[in-house]
Ligand binder design. Sequence first.
Ligand code: ADP
Ligand code: MG
Length: 736
Amino acid sequence: MSESPPRPLRQLADVPVTALKHVGEKRAASLEQMGITSVFDLLTTYPRRYVDRTKQVDLSDLALGEEVAIFGEVVKCSARRTQTGKAMVEVTVTDGASSLKVVFFNQAWRERQLTVGSQALFFGKASDFRGTAQMTNPVVDVIVGASGEERDPSRVGRVVPIYPASGKAGLTSWEMGGFVEESLRRAGQIIDPLSDDQRRAHDLVERTAAFHDIHSPTETQDLAPARRRLVFDEFLRLQLLLALRRRRLEESAAGVAHPADLADLATAPGSLVSPARSLVAQFLAGHRFALTGAQQRALADIFSDLTKLRPMHRLLQGDVGSGKTTVALAAMLAVIDGGRQAVLMAPTEVLAEQHVASMRRDLAGLVISDTAVLGGSREIRVALLTGRLSAAERRRTVADIASGAVDIVVGTQAVLTGDVLFKAMGLVVIDEQHRFGVEQRASLRDKGRTHSQEGRDPDLLVMTATPIPRTAALVMFGDLDLTLVDEMPVGRLAIETYACSAAQTATAWSRVREEVAAGRRAFVVCPLVDGSEKVEATSAVAERDRLEAQELKGLRVGLLHGQMKSDEKDYAMEAFRAGIIDVLVATTVIEVGVDVPDATVMVIEDAWRFGIAQLHQLRGRVGRGQHQSYCYLLGSPSTPDGERRVGALVESHDGFFLAEVDLDLRGEGTILGARQQGRSDLRLASLVRDGDLLAAARDTANQMVAESPTLEAFAGLVDELRLFVDDEEANYLFKS
Ligand code: ADP
Ligand code: MG
């Protein structure tokens, strides 16, 4: 028999499952329920786990009370109702020598699933029931159905793959395995888009072999190399898409080369700087503090982007308080020096207002030339543009933005909407918007162009205070260059953090009293309540009343929650900032950005219920001034994860470390969000375990795009990418 030539992977997506021998209309419908319509889908539906039959537990060796996996054949199955009316299915399973009773409650359908003669794996704990071993409500994977035709003994190898088959779709893992096996056989050799050299460089096995080994390994040792290869491919496709997207953006970009000078970054506070020097140099010379090393490094990255015609797309990641705003401000000044305007987008109006106030303070005295004004120069102007402006104020501000009389515009996302037309928008900074997706960022850039009379692409700097692990960042923000601000300003005192069980809360409240007595203030964050904001608000009110009457009697205790009107919230915040109230009892509405330097105590009730990122954000609300600050995490964790979260906060202040713990605890799905682009193709890859492969794939992708601008050399891989993007995007990305 002559070998047919290897075929492209994409062809397999055109082969419907019905082309397989054992798939008729009914099974095709079941497969479709699982999202599987083509042979390609089958090949990329990977086993959930494997059972090494050489390591099976014998029923006679069954230890009671331990989690075990039992493989056996159903010899008896009956259904009845209990005295209380619950459906109960009783199954007897044997491994040839001994037997075990398995009982299911409220799962009447098990009677149809576990028919006599079927073979299945049962995961669960066996316990003693009236003298015999019994398993109740175990997890079940049917491996071999009852019908004889499926029980081809040649397919029961040493290692049995268990597929994510569902009882609901009416397919067994065994049937899935059969479909996959036939798919593999008929697919034959699949083209490997990687060259021998590339495979060698990253220690990867050949792809067709990888597909075979992941689905029907001869030995469990075959699995790791197969998985490694397929994970690499998943990352490579994703990174290649991102690299292509970037290249397209760059090609179509009409950017601006800004006059940013790296030499200015060395300017120390108090230096004598001639008024002819750049705004950046003057700003730094007159600033309250010297830049940290991390701030300088970040600005070096940013300045080198700014001087290029190609628009910057950069993510600035740094912990709360690492001084990202100062970095952004210096970047804005470089842009303003070139006669253009900068925009800062904050997630909320309150934060926008806060930014305006601190910028006006920091920029006071800085002068730029402007021929439109008498004397030819004026101070830098910062304008706030939010929904709270009166119609007249808004009109005036919009006119000033259009004429160029305003240099920095601060607002929410609404800044780039409607009638707002900039004279020349040079830079857009997005603060704390880690929830933006790839497309939103792209559209922001396009919007920037259309909202600027100059019609050029602004540079883009995205700042996030929610550190995420590098692997996650490369997937979520793969279209951006990454810069870390990984060093805190000197003299910043670490926040002393304590976990207090229910019996130890008194220490927290006495600390609150001491600090208030010393002229400082405290936050108390109420327990997280599942459900509505309304319930949460009610409980915050009750907690305030309770504390005011008991632990914090005599102190002035204020309240902040999401159900308050926005002017009530403002009032509460202002009263707290001004020291009119000592303690602010709040829900998580204070999570983002609130800056009160005199607040030195953060008490979080039932802290273990909160996520790590949230706890870290909350703690970051204190420790912003020169005084020692404290954080008390109250409550006795009632889950191991809760305990680990609290423990991590006590142990570390490093946002990146905490993010790694978070990723480890929650898994990547929740961190990336289901809707994040690029997730769909990551079936095997794990951001926790496969960081090295991700980096390797990213390098490979960038190299490919750089080496072969038309991608001709990688036509096969480009063809595969069509599996993961729609036609419109493919035309955009792959047109020459
Ligand atoms: P982030 O936005 O990263 O959370 P900010 O820019 O708000 O941090 O800075 C936090 C605080 O640290 C601010 O009060 C700021 O003035 C101060 N700060 C920033 N950079 C420095 C520095 N290099 N040295 C001392 N203090 C700094
Ligand atoms: Mg900030």
